[in-house]
Design a protein around this ligand. Structure first.
Ligand SMILES: Cc1cc2nc3c(=O)[nH]c(=O)nc-3n(C[C@H](O)[C@H](O)[C@H](O)COP(=O)(O)O)c2cc1C
Ligand code: SF4
Length: 520
């Protein structure tokens, strides 16, 4: 029987040599005339072990990693095709503690299947959600999503079912589904991993959304920095269409739905939903005034469901197993699971899908193993560049929308960026203002001008000029940006800035840095 070897084709694995490993394995197979084939799977999300190579044995899949091309002849010599021991052997993949302790609902197939095999997708439970959805009325589909308690994973945490219901209730000849896969937040990669590792999941989720609200067309907006994800999804869409899962009659139901993909414009603001609509329509990514909300007047002026990639990818399991099944995971008003992305100065960076409620410290220490540098952890930024900086004393905060909001933070897209004790929070605050100045769409004054003034004020504080006066000025400026900005880019930039001042005041009270010597 042909032995199956899995080598990730995911961008994270490719960046550390997976392509060379694949080629070295193919060379050994040919030279040794073995009956084996390589499958390019997605990543399991254990990034420090990439390239993580697996072999399917009668005892299950056995993992080896991190494997380099030079390791490959030795692996064959040790009998890795039979799952034999080797210094790089990690044992059965599913038994690796980092993976075993997770609750993978959305990422259940990621890294397991061949991403472009519809047969594999179906063999692992794919399209069961759509099958059930097709047996329900649109209202019943929407009610399952409402029951699940699913909240948008893009950042704002708005209930997905309520959004779908609003679009369902609109009478319009044309409605759209728009998937936000711009994934601009620092330290986040969950959208990319799924797009590369399980693209049919998004296709199924969008199809369910389309059938639920009466939309016949969907667009996926993928950030331009994700060429692999873009290519994989495009190929998956072509396969789904060829197999009758997209097109004039989805899975023979008589209901039409199709999907197209667009590359993002390379701006953080294009991830904001109304900017994304402008960009999808071929215009510059600038914020639209709300109301009307996109659910009523969205893409090309038509009712549109805009959801983050992970929100849409949660729909299949909710429809397959029922809203109540999904709701049973989680805590408080944060239901289901959160794909946590561990990044920054962390030993074991990667993807951890767990029910809401795990504490920040558990995610960082029990999964992440603490800092990569081995130095004490000093700060954590959760929720992307607009998220607050938390000190180590807040590591007991549960990963839950309300618990974070109560501490003036936010969960955002679930990205956790860790810093050790070498971080300077005054510099990080300056970076937040500078980021806003660079990424501002320019439509409103508090953000466009305020962020530039913010950089100047923080520079004065760092330089030790009239610190007390400038800290008060910074506070006033932040209040103005929070209250007067048209969208959350300007409105939330004060979060990282003020949290840095609040939790790390000593960094704003250091001796002034000496001026760099003037050039000759
Ligand atoms: C500046 C800014 C950038 C954003 N970037 C993203 C992004 O990259 N991906 C995303 O899904 N949502 C992003 N959002 C949130 C979207 O505006 C919107 O809330 C989301 O796509 C809705 O989907 P959801 O309800 O499924 O989360 C951003 C918001 C702002 C203000
Ligand atoms: S807050 Fe900034 S990004 Fe948002 S509309 Fe105003 S200028 Fe544009």
């Amino acid at each position: 029987m042909t032995v199956r070897i899995y080598v990730p084709g995911d961008a994270s694995a490719l960046s550390v040599g997976a392509q060379e490993v694949d080629e070295a394995i193919l060379r050994e197979i040919a030279a040794r005339q073995l009956d084996a084939k390589v499958i390019r799977n997605g990543s399991r999300g254990l990034f420090w072990l990439e390239p993580l190579v697996e072999v399917a044995t009668p005892a299950g899949r056995i993992a080896y990693g991190p494997v380099s091309a030079e390791d490959v002849p030795g692996l064959f010599a040790a009998g890795f095709l039979d799952g034999k021991p080797h210094p790089l052997c990690l044992g059965p993949t599913e038994e690796i503690s980092y993976l075993k302790r997770q609750e993978r609902l959305t990422f259940a197939r990621c890294g397991v299947i061949d991403p472009l095999s519809l047969e594999d997708y179906r063999a692992h439970g794919g399209y069961r959600g759509l099958e059930r959805a097709l047996s329900l009325t649109p209202e019943q589909i929407v009610e399952e999503v409402v029951t699940s308690g699913l909240r948008g994973r893009g950042g704002a945490g708005f209930p997905t079912g309520i959004k779908w219901r609003t679009v369902l209730q609109q009478s319009a000849a044309q409605k759209y589904i728009a998937c936000n896969a711009d994934e601009g937040d620092s330290g986040t990669f969950a959208d990319r991993m799924l797009l590369e590792g399980d693209p049919f999941l998004l296709i199924e989720g969008m199809t369910i959304a389309g059938i639920a609200v009466g939309a016949t067309m969907g667009y996926v907006y993928i950030r331009s920095e994700y060429p692999h994800a873009f290519r994989t999804l495009r190929r998956a869409i072509a396969i789904a269409r060829a197999e009758g899962y997209l097109g004039a009659s989805v899975a023979g139901s008589g209901k039409p739905f199709d999907i197209d993909v667009r590359l993002g414009a390379g701006a953080y603001i294009c991830g904001e939903e109304t900017s994304m609509l402008e960009s999808l329509e071929g215009k510059r990514g600038v914020i639209r005034f709300k109301p009307p909300v996109p659910a009523i007047t969205g893409l090309f002026g038509k009712p549109t469901v805009i959801n983050n990639m992970l929100s849409l990818a949660s729909a299949p399991v909710i429809l397959e197993k029922g809203g109540a099944f999904y709701r049973d995971f989680g805590t408080g008003r944060s239901r289901g699971t959160l794909p946590i992305q561990l990044a920054g100065n962390i030993k074991y960076g990667g993807l951890v899908e767990k029910a809401f409620g795990l504490t920040l410290g558990e995610a960082i220490h029990d999964f992440g193993g603490g800092t990569a540098s081995g130095r004490p952890l000093r700060a954590v930024q959760v929720g992307g560049p607009l998220g607050a900086y938390f000190p180590a004393s807040l590591l007991g905060t549960p990963l839950d929308y309300e618990a974070f909001a109560a501490r003036k933070g936010m969960l955002g897209h679930g990205g956790i960026v860790v810093f050790d004790d070498t971080v300077d929070l005054a510099r990080q605050a300056r970076f937040a203002m500078e980021f806003c100045a660079i990424e501002s769409c320019g439509k409103c004054t508090p953000c466009r001008i305020g962020s530039t003034r913010g950089v100047e004020v923080i520079d004065k504080i760092i330089a030790g000029k009239e610190r007390a006066k400038n800290l008060t000025l910074l506070d006033d400026l932040c209040e103005l940006m929070q209250d007067g900005s048209l969208c959350a880019l300007g409105g939330l930039t004060p979060n990282p800035v003020l949290s840095a001042v609040r939790h790390f005041p000593e960094d704003f009270d250091r001796p002034a840095e000496p001026k760099p010597a003037a050039a000759d």
